[in-house]
Design a protein around this ligand. Structure first.
Ligand SMILES: [Zn+2]
Length: 125
């Protein structure tokens, strides 16, 4: 572990800000999905369009929830002193990679390897 306490605090603040923004955005999308499902009752002619809009809004919530889980995991790893270590190979994750993706779980070579594997297209970091 080569991340200093100062940098850990920096990443922890960043993760908490990111988390707050995601929660806020998820709540907005939940409301949008709710409003779309309500308006569906009034506009039965436009059912198909409403259904796809609803799926769109819920899809964004699903991705945000996934990111939220990864952020919570990263905050846990700060607590346990494992933050910044690749979950796959155990090597340090490059600092600039963490700056770009504070909740990154894998070093760049493992992330690239995972991206090349079939059926792992939801592994973003
Ligand atoms: Zn790795």
């Amino acid at each position: 572990m080569t991340i200093s306490a100062k940098h850990l605090r920096h990443f922890e603040r960043r993760l908490r800000r990111l988390r707050a923004a995601l929660v806020h955005r998820s709540m907005q999308h939940d409301r949008e999905a709710y409003e779309i499902s309500q308006s569906r009752e009034d506009q039965r002619d436009d059912l198909a369009a409403c259904a796809s809009l609803e799926a769109f809004a819920l899809g964004i919530v699903g991705r945000d929830l996934h990111a939220l889980n990864e952020i919570d995991d990263a905050l846990d790893r700060i607590e346990t002193g494992e933050y910044g270590m690749c979950l796959l190979c155990g090597h340090d994750i490059n600092r600039s990679r963490l700056e770009a993706l504070a909740h990154a779980q894998h070093c760049i070579s493992c992330a690239n390897w995972l991206a090349d594997q079939p059926r792992t297209n939801d592994r973003a970091g």
